[in-house]
Design a protein around this ligand. Structure first.
Ligand code: GLY
Length: 324
């Protein structure tokens, strides 16, 4: 059974809770316009593209897909798409999913190689097949069949980093103890008319064991969207978060009446309570309801989490609350 948190304890324990009460973040009754909420500073450019797409007549799914393409195409973002850090064998393997809250359906790809825009391949899975998830070679062949061009996703910089890791006699590997940073792009959005979409794209953990799939492409984990309630996404240690169905947990709590911000904190409290070691983990979530109210939270103060919010033509980079 899901635990409800004590609201007074929530206010006492959540550092910076007031950040989310600011004017940028609040939905107003006039909010019948689109709202975009992606993870991390690279979400700001994703917002600009997403806003351009929807304001020029594209759908919300188009906007989220094209917005996420921005960090996928940016080699400086080394956790997503082209230039993402590779697995232990030096191969870039991408995970992505996009979920449509109207159809309550997602498209997803896991362990996709040599195609930079994993979110767009996921969109093709959603639009052109009866499947939800394609993996590995099958996902790659599907991408070729649907018109994507194969390419080398390693850049000079990501190859150098992999070679340094490989040559390090004290190299950390996932056979021993997980470590490393993750800054997946997750984006939740509404068109201002009650429709929501959730999208997520990542190259996953650097130096991961080949074939490892994180939370990002899994429905209910990296993405969840339901036009009756809202949408959620996540970034951080997918090996932990997958076990908590983070995005579905948040949206289901919102369905029971929790505000997006409270639903994010409840999920994080739940993860910390079931295993206190998780308090040290990088676990960050974002959520939005169908009226454009938003929430965001990170597990701890050590792992600061910033999200970008686009509302009413303005884009702001904001700090999330830290629960522990
Ligand atoms: N959250 C991204 C990953 O763990 O792959």
């Amino acid at each position: 059974m899901m635990r409800r948190i004590d609201r007074r304890a929530f206010v006492k324990t959540v550092a910076g809770a007031t950040a989310l009460a600011s004017a940028h973040v609040r939905a107003t009754s006039a909010d019948t316009r689109p709202v975009f909420l992606p993870t991390w500073p690279h979400g700001k450019l994703a917002n600009e593209r997403a806003a351009d797409v929807i304001l020029s007549g594209g759908s919300l799914l188009d906007a989220v897909e094209k917005g996420i393409n921005v960090p996928e195409n940016d080699p400086a973002v080394m956790s997503v798409g082209y230039g993402g850090l590779p697995n232990a064998e030096g191969v870039v393997e991408l995970d992505a999913a996009i979920m449509d809250g109207t159809r309550h359906r997602a498209g997803a790809v896991c362990s996709l190689h040599n195609i930079r825009n994993a979110i767009s391949v996921a969109r093709q899975v959603l639009e052109r097949t009866k499947h939800t998830t394609l993996a590995g070679e099958g996902a790659f062949r599907f991408a070729l069949q649907t018109g994507f061009e194969p390419e080398q996703l390693l850049t000079a910089e990501s190859l150098k980093r992999w070679q340094e890791w490989k040559a390090n006699p004290k190299q950390e590997s996932y056979w021993l103890k997980p470590e490393g940073g993750h800054d997946t792009i997750g984006m939740v959005a509404t068109d201002g008319k009650g429709h929501v979409v959730s999208g997520c794209s990542t190259s996953g953990l650097e130096w991961k064991i080949p074939g490892r799939v994180g939370d990002s492409p899994l429905v209910g984990c990296g993405v969840y969207a339901d036009d009756n309630v809202g949408a959620a996404s996540a970034t951080g240690n997918g090996d932990v978060m997958t076990n908590y169905c983070t995005s579905a947990f948040i949206v289901h709590n919102m369905a029971r009446g929790a505000a997006p911000q409270d639903a994010c904190v409840e999920l994080i409290e739940h993860i910390a309570k079931t295993d206190p070691k998780n308090k040290e983990e990088l676990i960050c979530v974002i959520a939005m309801d169908t009226s454009g109210r938003v929430g965001a939270a990170t597990m701890n103060k050590r792992n600061k989490f910033q999200f970008a919010l686009w509302r009413n033509g303005e884009s702001h980079l904001l700090n999330s609350v830290a629960v522990h």
